[in-house]
Design a protein around this ligand. Structure first.
Ligand code: NDP
Length: 282
């Protein structure tokens, strides 16, 4: 006989009004026939410790963390995955028995999309950005055997921090200050915009990476999920480059979280459609 108690997962962040994850995950719960709920909960920084204690007390199966909790949540957890330890940030927490385990699915989601097109082993990649998304992607690329990483960032400090994190994880590493722009070298296999440039509503903002030397050859990716058809990806496609968009990445990182929480396989088409509708309505 079916019971009346639902399994709970959640998102903790501030602000969370515009976050579409609930729409994606609950659509997947419904399609998988799971009576689970995903709650979008605004948690201020000073309330994070209590929120995590509350999640433990109420038997949450896990939760996502977004800005500003991805780093701060670490001290409230029992252990971290290898990638989350290296990245130094957690976006997905999973309850295993009585323990809360921190994972980071941002980079893994990106890698899942990448692997559907090309093998990351031996790749030479240029990553624009040094924030949370860039750190996660760079670490996962290094763990997947990328041969060379070039981190290009506007702020020198954050670029250096990411460089220090990657030292020893990858054979060839350069950290470059963006300045007025950066010309991507001809031998590059993968170019990633891992900044917030292009995010709605500032959709015409320009990514100042010059792709002329990799035209028709490099795979070009963007983390921006809304709108996924970014100006940067349109320009790359017009140069004959194959592209990967941030909506696919968001779906893939959501799929990984869903599997970790439920042990079941979600339907990615349902998740993608739910996200598209959520973005169209926002
Ligand atoms: P952070 O705030 O941690 O980092 C932002 C990065 O963008 C920094 O490197 C910053 O450079 C750079 N940046 C911002 N504006 C500019 C600009 N005008 N010119 C040059 N560089 C700029 O954010 P996150 O890394 O957490 O998120 C970045 C983007 O990734 C967001 O848009 C988010 O939506 C997206 N994202 C997508 C995911 C997906 O699944 N598709 C998952 C996670 C994130 P500086 O250091 O100089 O400030």
């Amino acid at each position: 006989m079916p019971g009346f108690r639902q399994e709970l997962v959640a998102l903790f962040g501030q602000p969370v009004e515009e976050n579409p994850t609930q729409a994606m995950v609950e659509a997947a719960f419904g399609a998988a026939g799971l009576d689970w709920r995903y709650l979008t909960i605004e948690v201020a920084p000073e309330g994070l410790a209590d929120a995590v204690r509350g999640a433990r007390a109420m038997g949450f199966r896990g939760f996502n963390c977004t800005i500003p909790h991805k780093v701060a949540v670490v001290e409230h957890l029992d252990r971290l995955s290898h990638a989350a330890t290296l990245i130094g940030a957690v976006n997905t927490v999973v309850r295993r028995g009585d323990a809360l385990v921190g994972e980071n699915t941002d980079g893994a989601g990106f890698l899942a999309v990448l692997r559907s097109r090309r093998d990351p082993a031996g790749m030479r990649a240029v990553i624009l950005g040094a924030g949370g998304a860039a750190r996660a992607i760079a670490v996962e690329l290094a763990l997947a055997g990328a041969a060379s990483l070039t981190v290009v960032n506007r702020g020198a400090g954050r670029g250096r921090e990411l460089g220090a994190l990657l030292a020893g994880l990858v054979g060839e590493l350069s950290v470059v200050e963006l300045g007025g722009g950066f010309r991507v070298a001809a031998e590059t296999d993968l170019v990633v915009n891992a900044t917030s440039i292009g995010l709605f509503p500032d959709v015409e903002a320009e990514v100042t990476l010059d792709l002329a030397e990799v035209a028709g050859r490099a795979l070009v990716a963007d983390v921006i999920p809304n709108p996924p058809e970014t100006r940067f990806l349109r320009e790359a496609a017009s140069l004959g480059c194959e592209t990967l968009d941030g909506l696919e990445m968001l779906v893939e990182q959501g799929r990984i979280g869903f599997r970790l929480w439920t042990g079941a396989e979600p339907d990615p088409a349902v998740m993608r459609e739910a996200l598209r509708r959520a973005f169209a309505a926002s």
